[in-house]
Design a protein around this ligand. Structure first.
Ligand code: GLN
Ligand code: ZN
Length: 761
């Protein structure tokens, strides 16, 4: 019985690649230095998998920036603006595409399916010339071979590559990218020949787009692509790997009929229904790579349960054709538990990061082959049992309260227009009220204060004094700028989820549990291991301190339950919805305490609501239903006169606009400045939106100062489709990554533009 790993994290157990990349980019080290760090990481990973006993070890899953960008390089599909003139693509062209250079901006980056990983979107058109311009796949295959490890080279599949591409600027937006398939396949053929010549006997194509609800002509493209490739692939074992969701029935049929393909990889963690499809029929003589070990979470596998699934599959696909695998690349989980020095042993025994998952996959394969490591299995069962019964996991009160919410609806008693009237009587705001999203610049001094407090180098008193001072500065600045609804600036927060996670029960934090987000950027999600509750107030002290410094309304600032959920590693022993309801109840307590403390405007950020949307359409309505319900739970208990804001940082929400309306917030502020037209189209199309709305009037991701006229122009465009009395004026998002030298003039112009328009009304 064999074992396989779909892909492995690249950053290294202590983010070695991140530091090597950043030092190279800062010109503090050479290309050779960077290459050395990368080669050492790859070697360590291959050896680790080999010594664990993994049979099918992946190569070419390493990337200096991103695997889709690697494919763009492999195909020589470099947009002309980067001035590449041919030859093997080197660091210059590669990193210019990924992160831009002094004269040319980067290519667009977008989310990799429903993960927090971002890839570089290929820009293609009918004139793109594809040539074999990066030999990375074969080079890495040879590199591993020289170390004594025969690997399975992994390529992003040709159809997935094209389906994730976009028409380049200047190309007709309706251009059918799939017409490029024959040209792209021509390069893939060269790559495959190269790999064969180097001695590869297996090859893996990642085609995760197969789990999306694809139209028939897109499914047909897979058949066309692999038919075209079939003769080149002959003599090789070919694995087509899918992941992240159930495979739709028609896609399963397409997949299992692909010519030249000998093995299919499926995600059995997120794709339970795929199991039924397999049991309903699997092509004889082909391999099934069964992804039973979760690549997207940090929990130890339930080995006994996995073994039962695998045993069932053996009867369907045959003993010698079943391969134990991970549900997807381990890129989306943390790297190695051995570096967790601060987690206690009990919690640690419940976890498995990438390095531990490799061992689990192998243990399952051995067990299937009749060589069960009894000691390993029994310590796994013991850990699972301790997790189930640990008093740290279960809080009966919380369980009961959350269970009582199910099946009920929670809505504020009066409708939004009645509430807005009541709020306006109390707040007495001018038309087109101005506000900001929450954070103000996080200066190096501020970061130092937080760091020193955490390391107990300064006392609590010193810390509180310093933060209060910072709040006072931010309040005074906003009064000078004449902003209407103020914020305290969030100086006490490092991160909008971590800040709350650290104060809630049921959360644990890692020291090195980093996951790549994009390029060299990593995030360290908290781990939700138990029932969530709020032992004490979390923000009331800071918000009421800030309110005491001004007569203007001060917004209380909270992170919403759905965002906390989507940006954490979530427990897998109960539905996500249940965990979300628990967080909602904790945030509800905080909302009500803020109201009691005299805070009349409360913002509950749901920055990540859209990103939790399931990939399969069939699952989306249910998600939106409990996510939006959780948000409403947080503020159902406040009076009409308390104004609830929410904020979202993305612009692709046209498809979920009705759910956003259903959140029933009094005011929503949204990122918009990079996509005016899209947002306005929703309202032009006649969607009724009665609540307050603040589409961001300038982009905070750029240091550029937006001119007053430009902001005024934007506002005029919005006023053409929105009622004057619902429009708010604010930047796109929080200001924490900007400098005061940018924020001061930008906000000055924002207020000036607002006054200009007010005078014209
Ligand atoms: N209130 C947060 C801030 O301003 C919101 C951040 C976000 O939406 N990502 O920083
Ligand atoms: Zn935002």
């Amino acid at each position: 019985m064999a074992s396989h790993i779909v892909g492995y994290p690249r950053m290294g157990p202590k983010r070695e690649l991140k530091f090597a990349l950043e030092s190279f980019w800062d010109k503090k080290s050479s290309a050779e230095d960077l290459e050395k760090v990368a080669a050492d990481l790859r070697a360590a990973i291959w050896k680790q998998m080999a010594s664990a006993g993994i049979k099918y070890i992946p190569s070419n899953t390493f990337a200096y920036y991103d695997q889709v960008l690697n494919t763009t390089a492999m195909l020589g599909a470099v947009p002309p603006r980067y001035g590449w003139t041919g030859g093997e693509i080197g660091f210059d062209t590669y990193f210019s595409m990924g992160r831009g250079n002094a004269s040319v901006p980067a290519m667009e980056m977008t989310k990799w399916f429903d993960t927090n990983y971002h890839f570089i979107v290929p820009e293609l058109g009918p004139d793109m010339k594809f040539t074999y311009a990066s030999h990375k796949a074969v080079n890495e295959y040879k590199e591993a071979k020289a170390l004594g490890v025969d690997t399975v080279p992994v390529l992003v599949g040709p159809v997935t590559y094209l389906l994730l591409s976009k028409p380049a600027n200047g190309v007709d937006p309706s251009f059918d990218l799939l017409t490029l398939l024959p040209k792209v396949i021509a390069v893939y053929k060269e790559v495959v020949e190269d790999l064969k010549a180097a001695g590869a006997s297996w090859i893996q194509f990642d085609e995760p787009t197969l789990v999306l609800d694809l139209e028939p002509h897109k499914l047909h493209a897979f058949t066309a692509a692999y038919s075209d490739l079939a003769s080149t692939l002959s003599g090789l074992n070919v694995l087509v790997e899918t992941y992240f969701a159930d495979i739709p029935a028609d896609a399963y049929k397409t997949l299992t009929s692909l010519p030249g393909v000998t093995a299919f990889g499926v995600d059995l963690v997120r794709g339970g229904k795929t199991l039924d499809l397999i049991k309903g029929g699997f092509p004889s003589g082909k391999y099934l790579f069964a992804g039973v070990v979760d690549g997207r979470n940090i929990w130890a596998n339930d080995l006994t349960a996995s073994l039962i699934i695998l045993n069932g599959l053996e009867d369907v696909v045959g003993k010698d054709k079943l391969v134990v695998s991970t549900s997807c690349s381990l890129l989306h989980t943390a790297v190695d538990l051995v570096n967790e020095t601060k987690l206690d042993n009990e919690i640690k025994s419940w976890l498995a990061f990438a390095a531990q998952k490799v061992v689990e996959v192998n243990a399952l394969a051995n067990a299937l082959a009749g060589q069960k490591d009894e000691a390993f299995f029994s310590s796994n069962s013991a850990a699972l049992a301790s997790r189930k019964s640990s008093p740290r996991v279960t809080n009966e009160g919380v369980q009961k309260a959350a269970a009582a919410l199910k099946g009920c609806d929670h809505r504020r008693a009066t409708n939004v227009s009645t509430r807005l009237d009541a709020q306006q009587k109390k707040l007495n705001l001018p038309v087109l009220p101005t506000t900001t999203i929450g954070s103000f610049p996080q200066t190096p001094e501020l970061r130092r204060v937080r760091r020193e407090y955490k390391a107990t180098k300064i006392s609590e008193e010193e810390y509180v004094t310093a933060i209060k001072e910072e709040i006072r500065k931010v309040v005074e600045l906003q009064e000078q700028l004449d902003i209407d609804v103020l914020v305290h600036g969030e100086p006490e927060r490092n991160d909008m989820v971590e800040y709350f996670g650290e104060q809630l029960s049921g959360f644990a934090f890692t020291v090195n549990g980093w996951v790549q987000s994009y390029g060299s950027r990593c995030v360290k999600p908290p781990i939700i291991y138990g029932d969530v509750s709020r032992p004490k107030q979390m923000t009331v002290f800071w918000s009421s301190t800030a309110q005491s410094m001004t007569k203007r309304p001060m917004k209380g600032m909270l992170t919403g339950p759905v965002t906390i959920l989507n940006w954490s590693f979530v427990r897998n022993d109960q539905p996500r919805s249940e965990t979300c309801y628990q967080i909602a109840l904790a945030i509800k307590d905080e909302v009500e305490d803020l109201e009691k403390a005299g805070i009349t405007v409360i913002q509950i950020d749901e920055a990540a609501l859209r990103e939790g949307l399931p990939l399969r359409k069939a699952a989306q309505a249910q998600y939106l239903d409990w996510a939006v319900h959780s948000f409403r739970i947080t503020n159902v208990g406040v009076q009409d006169t308390t104004q609830i804001h929410t904020h979202m940082c993305y612009s692709h929400f046209n498809d979920i606009i009705h759910s956003i309306i259903d959140m029933d917030a009094d005011v929503i502020t949204i990122e918009n400045s990079r996509s005016d037209e899209k947002l306005l189209r929703v309202f032009r199309d006649g969607v009724k939106y009665g609540a307050g709305i603040g589409p961001g009037v300038y982009d905070i991701h750029s240091p550029r100062i937006p001119p007053t006229e430009e902001i005024a122009d934007r506002m005029n465009k919005m006023l053409a489709v929105l009622e004057t009395n619902i429009l708010w004026v604010n930047p796109d998002c929080g200001l924490k990554t900007r400098k005061y030298t940018e924020v001061n003039p930008a906000l000055t112009n924002m207020v000036a533009a607002t006054k200009l328009i007010r005078n014209q009304l």
